[in-house]
Design a protein around this ligand. Structure first.
Ligand code: AMP
Length: 179
């Protein structure tokens, strides 16, 4: 029922959001489609069903929706990677560059144990800056990042090559050429 569903048709593109020149790839339309959402979760989990994954780490906020569902499917735990100041217990952070300025993402310092195989999930990879910071953050906890999966990859922005340089393989369900 979901095998031949074209997920790209379910992604809505909003030109000039949040600022002129950006083509915003909106996945709320995909998440709101019952078979679309299910196919998305199935396809994100598929490369890892026979691999040892002990936790899925999702990046705030859309990575929580997808990551939580993938963790359930892979029968493992979920680890939230959040924007600075949002986590209640002791956390460690990693800075990354935005177009203007820097941002910080954090994870609880006891969220994963050393050597734990972790799958990273977010909705979209553009420049790969956010995902790179997340990989570095998980590695600070000595986690083994077994892969990074995204619904959408904006191929022109080189995010998957950036992760490859860190030795992390990127899996993307859909690609868009521009931003
Ligand atoms: P980056 O760090 O450049 O790979 O950007 C990835 C993050 O920014 C993801 O969390 C995305 O949700 C968001 N993002 C970047 N560009 C877009 C876009 N064109 N449409 C939707 N979300 C985007």
């Amino acid at each position: 029922m979901t095998a031949d569903l074209d997920l790209k048709d379910l992604v809505r593109t909003i030109p000039d959001y949040p600022k002129p020149g950006i083509m915003f790839r909106d996945i709320t339309t995909l998440l709101g489609h019952a078979n679309g959402f299910r196919a998305c979760v199935e396809r994100l989990a598929a490369p890892f069903t026979n691999r040892r994954v002990q936790a899925v780490a999702g990046i705030e906020a859309r990575g929580f929706i997808l990551g939580g569902a993938v963790a359930d499917r892979l029968r493992c735990g979920f680890v939230p990677i959040r924007k600075k100041g949002k986590l209640p217990a002791k956390a460690i952070g990693e800075e990354y560059e935005l177009e203007y300025g820097i941002d910080v993402i954090e994870v609880h310092e006891d969220a994963v144990s050393a050597g734990e195989p972790v799958l990273l999930i977010d909705d979209l990879i553009a420049t790969g800056g956010t995902a790179e910071a997340a990989v570095k953050l998980l590695r600070k906890l000595n986690a083994e990042v077994v892969g990074a999966s995204f619904v959408i990859e904006l191929t022109a922005l080189g995010g998957s090559a950036r992760l490859a340089k860190l030795g992390v393989q990127c899996h993307s369900l859909l690609t868009f050429e521009g931003d």
